[in-house]
Design a binder for this molecule. Sequence first.
Ligand SMILES: [Ca+2]
Ligand SMILES: [Ca+2]
Ligand SMILES: [Ca+2]
Length: 461
Amino acid sequence: MIMIMISFLSISLTFFSFYNIYAQQQDQQQLLSEENITLYDPNLKIELVVSGLDFPTTMAFLGPDDFLILEKNTGNVNRVVNGNLLEKPLLHVDASIKDERGLLGIAVSEKKNFYDTTFFIENKKLTHNVFLYYIKCNEKNLDCENRVYRYDLDNQKNVLVNPKLLAGVPSFPDPSHAGGIIRIGPDENLYITVGNFQDTIPLKVYKTKTQNFEDGKFVDGRAGILRITQDGYPVLDNNGREGILGNEYPLNLYYAYGIRNSFGIDFDPLTGKLWDTENGPQFGDEINLVEPGFNSGADKVYGIWESNDLGDRLKNKKGQYVTIVEDNPEDLVYFNGKGHYSPPEFIWGKTIAPTALLFLDSDRLDSVYENDMFVGSADGGRIFHFDLNENRTGLDLKGNLTDKIALNKTEYGDILFAEGFSIITDVKQGSDGYLYVVSGLKQSKSEKFGAIYRILPLKNN
Ligand SMILES: [Ca+2]
Ligand SMILES: [Ca+2]
Ligand SMILES: [Ca+2]
């Protein structure tokens, strides 16, 4: 049973705006009761933080009860303060919105040199860098690019200013498998997911080496996790000369490759290591530990199964699925030994469309969840919860999951933390240490069902 609580506003209001907020609260109560959200920990509860959003994709906190939220299709960057959606967006971007394209990714860092006297006097209103990731096409919807921009937040005027294009990667031919997630690593660099932009029938020209086609013509930024500085430069070793997979641009941007489509990356707060979620075709959704040079196997391997050209599971002559068991399967690309394949740490046999991945770096939800992994899904609006093993190189799995594969819902019952959100596009940790869930939408032309929820202890600590 879900406890419903709407936070009351203490600020003084005119009658008109009070009426609006009263009506909004009624809507919110109705929205919560209409959702079939189930939380499986009886010591936790869920609160609606804000609703009325148009397909929200991802959020980033500026401070306590203060965050930015993106809308995929309107191209608006909105700010929510104390549960109130500010009327005017901080920025509108003219993104292409076809299918999986749109305004997709955000990361925020505090401005550096804040205590430099000159800087402080001139720029004290510019408090944060805001990194935005969206898909931009020309007027004919061609020449599309996955682009990452850096803006300054003007905290007095509530606008994003000084746009600087940091990265652009060709985004074609398909408007799906676009990736779109940004995270700032413990090394302060930006990590960016880029999909393979391919649906079921790959065209030869878009077969590249980072999708594990040895005869691929070029590397163009697709099918990987790219790493750049907050100024948009490649991160190179050996006095700025060497990329992880090679030195030529854009191969030198790759941190990992062989990735079909990832909507979730985060860093383990204890080890600093990167983890991801990946979407397979109809099978083989994955969670991976992503070491530098990681090859996830796409477009050849999903989960532990070889894929045919149509993205189906490949069968041998006996009709059995072909399973990859080697550490470095022969028909993948390794960039002269600089790349390495490793199998997933977790696999959903039948797709659940995993999205956000979050490590909860807080004990405020409950100490049993501190440093644990949470994964959201589009299918069923589910949240999965995982403990990591002792040396944090894998997940601590039990019973039917010790084979690292959940074939069906019966098998994953024990790791199901919540379900019934419409679709989950993001899961973040708030400045208060609680879990925040971005719930995408129910399809409706007239109403905006996108909402953000907060999960917290039943008894507030
Ligand atoms: Ca893989
Ligand atoms: Ca735990
Ligand atoms: Ca199993």
